[in-house]
Design a protein around this ligand. Structure first.
Ligand code: DGJ
Length: 437
């Protein structure tokens, strides 16, 4: 019995000793694992701090801030809540983790929310034709964008002006206080006609996110002369200027004024391709577009309801082939930033200033400075965004086109600085709204 007991006790002792060692070892293992976990977690956070979704984490936030935010926004992924900087040219994911698809876009600010409208592109060779429509996203902070879907759908009716497969570019939306309608304008090329139609399309909606109803497409200002018309334009138009031009720089046989393209298009309406909208402080809205075979920029005042023209317009920068023109107002002056006309290939931007919208515009040169300024940092202007809370603070928005796979086009957002009266854009790998002090 003793021996049994002793043996039992010895076994128990051995067992107890083994158990103690085992517990110690477990403790050691667990503390080592815990240490490893902390290490991996911190490294993970740090790596995430370098880049998540093309943005970086706000390093000023501590872990409990992040946890609190995550609990609040259960339906949103952790990464989205951490975005707090712009990284021009990187993939920019929306709230679903999908690269934002709003090219040639513009922004509407309405009741505390930003709405980003742009061309929805698809993969492959059809990517630059309108197979889907105009995409809209919303944001409160300009970093995190919620996919709000397709604001304007192309039509399945092949006889529609906006039939699937047409070219629908550079959509912009403004809000009309008198009618309470959101009004969208875009550059439209009819199905199967290449870039010959050079029309403007108009659509309206009761909601910023749509659905927008297509109203019509047309060429601007049929039967109206611009405020700065020249005598040559009113002379009879000779037959030899009616031949088809290619619409690009160097295609016209001579200066557009000599050719009198304005006079040629007087009855049917002026050509309108790359376009933008601008609403002045007095509520008057303007349509800015490349006209006269892209050689000359027109600026047309819209009607009070914003869905047609007032008949008042001007032509500017004749023979300068401005595309991607975007207007903004700073310190009481009007500014334009535009590109040259070189297809999808980037070129050096231009800037100009005027005391009035239809006034005398004076060119100020390339606003981009530093390395890659000759290609506007491999981009083309699409919109100048006033940052609402910060007066006289603006963001240059450009497109880095990828014509071979249009859906992969990137967005170049950079702050605009002023050197005297001159807007200046400098490259930044990463920046935030804190730049605007
Ligand atoms: C340049 C324009 O800015 C774009 O919107 C588009 O029309 C391309 N040309 C087509 O080549």
């Amino acid at each position: 019995m003793y021996s049994i007991h002793a043996s039992f006790s010895t076994t128990k002792l051995t067992h107890n000793l083994n158990a103690m060692n085992f517990k110690k070892s477990i403790r050691k293992i667990f503390s080592f694992q815990f240490f490893l976990f902390i290490l991996v977690f911190s490294v993970g956070l740090n790596v995430a701090g370098q880049e998540i979704n093309g943005f970086s984490i706000d390093k000023g936030k501590n872990k409990s801030d992040f946890q609190a935010e995550n609990n609040k926004e259960k339906n949103q992924s952790k990464n989205e809540l951490l975005l707090s900087s712009f990284r021009p040219g990187e993939i920019w994911k929306d709230n679903n983790g999908v690269h934002i698809n709003a090219h040639g876009g513009g922004i509407l600010f309405h009741k505390g929310t930003y709405y980003w409208f742009g061309e929805h592109k698809i993969e492959g060779s059809l990517g630059n034709t309108a197979q889907v429509g105009v995409h809209v996203y919303s944001s409160k902070d300009l970093y995190i964008w919620k996919d709000e879907g397709i604001a304007l759908k192309v039509s399945d009716d092949p006889t529609s002006d906006i039939a699937r497969g047409c070219i629908l570019e550079r959509p912009k939306v403004i809000f009309n206080k008198k009618t309470g309608k959101f009004v969208m304008w875009f550059h439209l090329e009819l199905l199967g006609q290449g870039y010959d139609a050079a029309r403007s399309g108009v659509a309206v909606s009761d909601s910023p996110t749509g659905p927008f109803t297509f109203l019509r497409s047309f060429r601007p200002n049929a039967g109206y002369w611009p405020v700065n018309v020249q005598e040559i334009h009113k002379r009879p138009v000779s037959d030899n200027i009616k031949s088809k031009y290619c619409g690009g720089k160097g295609c016209l046989p001579s200066h557009p004024d000599t050719l009198n393209i304005l006079g040629r298009d007087f009855k049917g309406g002026q050509m309108a391709r790359d376009m933008n909208l601008f609403v002045d402080d007095d509520g008057k809205a303007y349509h800015i577009y490349s006209s006269e075979e892209n050689s000359t920029l027109h600026i047309s005042q819209l009607s009070d309801d914003y869905i047609s023209y007032s008949g008042r317009y001007g032509r500017f920068f004749s023979n300068r082939y401005m595309e991607g023109a975007a207007m903004f107002k700073a310190k009481g002056k009007y500014y334009l930033i535009a590109s040259d006309c070189t297809g999808w290939a980037p070129n050096a931007a231009r800037s100009a200033v005027s005391e009035s919208v239809l006034g005398i515009w004076r060119e100020l040169g390339n606003p981009a400075v530093g390395a890659d300024s000759e290609t506007t940092f491999h981009s083309q202007s699409t919109y100048i965004l006033p940052v609402k809370e910060k007066r006289n603070q603006f963001i240059f928005m450009g497109d880095r086109w990828r014509p071979e796979n249009a859906i992969d086009g990137r967005y170049i957002w950079l702050p605009i600085e002023f050197e005297g009266d001159r807007p200046v854009i400098r490259w930044k790998q990463e920046w935030s709204l804190n730049f605007f002090k």
